[in-house]
Design a protein around this ligand. Structure first.
Ligand SMILES: *Cc1c(COP(=O)(O)O)cnc(C)c1O
Length: 411
């Protein structure tokens, strides 16, 4: 499924045009003229496919959406203002007060606080489980469960889920599975493994150069016969299934989230994102090789590193069999104490200290004092955040330079 060479061809060919401007055109208009009142009516009722207003979609973002949908084997996609925008669009377009989410593995700090604090205020309850807690996940599903949510690689706990097995649990129970696949289908393809919706922070390795905040949600087609979206659990979907058939998840996301919450992508960011996307496979190839080289070197010097490429990691086998092109740019280094972690971060000349990941440059950050500083000790423990934990995102530098800098900084 993860045909890396196929992506190399696909991205450059689909971002560029064969006629006229080769680079995608950047349409900066917020609004669009409708020519006649009849055209306006047609655009609003969906029979005429022309831009309505940039909150509801923009031609530049539409191009990115088409490439992202194709990349995942989805039927359509909605670009958003950020990765959190994509997660909130995908979830809020399905949820109502009284519903429940089962969140598995991970979890990115923003997603954790969205589920545990913000959605709680709207009467939506989330149960959190480790990736391997299959029995408890199954037992917790009830008639109010609307979403199973997981991250394809735990950020920053580096635990890997068995997506196929969890998708089977979701499908058997008739519950939607949403996967945060910010590591991209270069590594794993959740829709092909049975997930329903995939969300991305394109800010990370897809753009790759810290120039554009963005996100995207990719949706599968609604099946012609039986489909879990046609059941009572997702009764609010029926009108979209009537009007848009297999495309129903797109108007549902646009009308239930984009129109009303306005987490719409900026066309400028979508343009920048496409420029990044066309070199994604090459950067990913180099980065995943460097990650393994750096992790091996630090590990052999006795440093406490966490990455599933290590034979001692509990998900090493899953890493080898399921993740064809590594699992992204991250690994963690545990320096034991906050003081030792700060010493390392003060000494490194190579790493940029920032909250981003997946950049062309190597990045590093102390977890407990930054992204996870709002969380109590129990939550940090569940998320694998120890006092000395540093998250590293490996960049495009010469891996030997990274290794030398890190060994020097860890002394
Ligand atoms: C960064 C990140 C997000 C949030 O993305 P933003 O673009 O910063 O909103 C969500 N999930 C994962 C795994 C991330 O790394």
């Amino acid at each position: 499924m993860n045909n890396f060479e196929e992506y190399c061809t696909k991205f450059v060919q689909s971002v560029g045009s064969k006629e006229g401007a080769v680079s995608p055109s950047l349409v900066n208009s917020a609004s669009f003229g409708y020519a006649t009142p009849q055209t306006a009516e047609g655009i609003f009722n969906g029979t005429i496919k022309k831009p309505l207003y940039s909150r509801m979609g923009n031609p530049t973002s539409a191009r990115l959406e088409a490439i992202m949908a194709d990349m995942d084997g989805g039927i359509g996609a909605v670009a958003t203002s950020s990765g959190m925008g994509a997660t909130s669009l995908a979830t809020m377009s399905l949820l109502a007060c009284g519903d429940e989410i089962i969140s598995i593995g991970g979890l990115f700090g923003g997603t954790y606080s969205f589920f545990s604090e913000t959605l709680t205020r709207f009467g939506i309850k989330t149960h959190f489980f480790d990736v391997d807690a299959f029995e408890n996940i199954q037992k917790t599903i009830n008639e109010n469960t609307k979403i199973l949510f997981l991250e394809s690689v735990g950020n920053p706990n580096m635990r890997l889920p068995d997506i196929k097995k969890i998708a089977k649990i979701a499908n058997d129970a008739g519950v939607v599975l949403i996967v945060d696949n910010t590591i991209t289908p270069m590594s794993i393809s959740p829709l092909a493994l049975g997930a329903d919706i995939v969300v991305y922070s394109t800010t990370k390795i897809i753009s790759g150069n810290a120039s554009a905040l963005g996100g995207c949600a990719v949706f599968r087609a609604i099946h012609e016969g039986e489909d879990k979206f046609k059941t009572q659990r997702y009764a609010h979907m029926s009108k979209f299934i009537k009007s848009a058939a297999k495309m129903a998840l797109i108007p549902n996301a646009k009308k239930r989230a984009l129109r009303d919450f306005g987490m719409s992508a900026s066309p400028h960011a979508s343009y920048q994102t496409m420029l990044g996307l066309e070199t994604l496979p090459l950067r990913m190839d180099r980065i995943v090789k460097s990650v393994e080289a750096v992790v091996d070197a630090l590990n052999s010097k006795g440093l406490d590193v966490n990455h599933p490429c290590l034979k001692t990691h509990p998900h090493h086998e899953r890493y080898v069999t399921d993740f064809k092109k590594g699992c992204g740019s991250l690994f963690t280094l545990d320096m034991g104490t906050k003081e030792r972690a700060y010493e390392f971060l003060s000494r490194t000349k190579l790493a940029t200290l920032t909250a981003n990941i997946g950049d062309s440059r190597t990045l590093a950050l102390h977890m407990a004092s930054t992204i996870y500083s709002d969380f109590d000790a129990d939550t940090r423990k569940f998320l694998g955040i120890t006092d000395g934990l540093i998250r590293i995102s490996v960049g495009l530098e010469n891996p030997i330079d990274i290794i030398n800098d890190f060994l020097e900084s860890a002394k």
